[in-house]
Design a protein around this ligand. Structure first.
Ligand SMILES: [Fe+2]
Ligand SMILES: [Fe+2]
Length: 231
């Protein structure tokens, strides 16, 4: 299957971004497993970590196949690295609730949306990896549902409050929006709209997390340019 160069580069960079996200998810699940409150939760997180590493390998391989050098640019997506730093701080405090909110709930929601739309796009272009991505989508959905369940349980037992989590979540949501703004030009090459990604990601999130935030997606390409596309 031949793709025009611009499309191939953009797809490779998006896959490179996904690979970086999977590595972050892998490291997070592994760290969460080290202080999990029960054996059952630890086993799930260890399995999640294994799956995230496999996802990272799939995306890295696919990106390198499409465009070896272009995919390396993904590591330079600054707001994604800021997101990672925040998440690492929560993990260092062994704050299981904040890490679940940031990783399994918010970050996995974005991952699910990108993957879902990627599967549709790959199928349209008859690219072979879409079957693998479909399987990954099922796993990502399970990770997200696990995070939702655990957070609801923590809220029910009074270990955390919705308000506390909502306030803490705003910084992650803002970074999520910035990540998508940085990806907007790249997504546009793929005939995708970053605002739609943000709106769809919000739809996957609990109402209590997004209740006070404007429902209007504000994602527009940043004037400073795109971290990923060649300038
Ligand atoms: Fe994943
Ligand atoms: Fe995941």
């Amino acid at each position: 299957m031949l793709l025009r160069t611009e499309l191939r580069l953009a797809l490779a960079q998006l896959l490179g971004f996904m690979a970086r996200g999977e590595h972050i998810a892998h490291a997070c699940a592994l760290r969460q497993a080290s202080f999990a409150p029960s054996d059952k939760i630890r086993r799930f997180l260890q399995e999640q970590a294994r799956q995230e590493l496999m996802h990272a390998r799939v995306f890295t391989t696919a990106a390198a196949w499409l465009a070896p050098r272009a995919s390396q640019c993904a590591a330079q997506l600054v707001p994604l690295e800021h997101y990672h730093v925040l998440l690492q701080a929560a993990l260092a405090r062994k704050d299981i609730s904040e890490s679940l909110l940031a990783e399994q709930v918010i970050f996995e929601s974005l991952g699910e949306v990108i993957l879902h739309r990627l599967v549709a796009g790959l199928a349209r272009h008859k690219l072979p990896v879409h079957h693998v991505c479909r399987r990954m989508l099922v796993q990502e959905h399970a990770h997200h549902a696990f995070g939702d369940r655990l957070l609801e349980r923590a809220i029910d037992t009074g270990a955390v409050s919705r308000e506390g989590l909502r306030v803490r979540g705003q910084e992650y949501l803002l970074l999520l929006e910035t990540i998508l703004a940085r990806l907007a030009n790249l997504l546009a090459v793929l005939e995708e709209d970053a605002s739609t990604y943000f709106t769809e990601t919000r739809r996957h999130l609990p109402d209590w997390l997004t209740a006070d935030v404007s429902a209007v997606a504000r994602v527009t390409p940043l004037a400073a340019g795109n971290d990923l596309l060649p300038q």
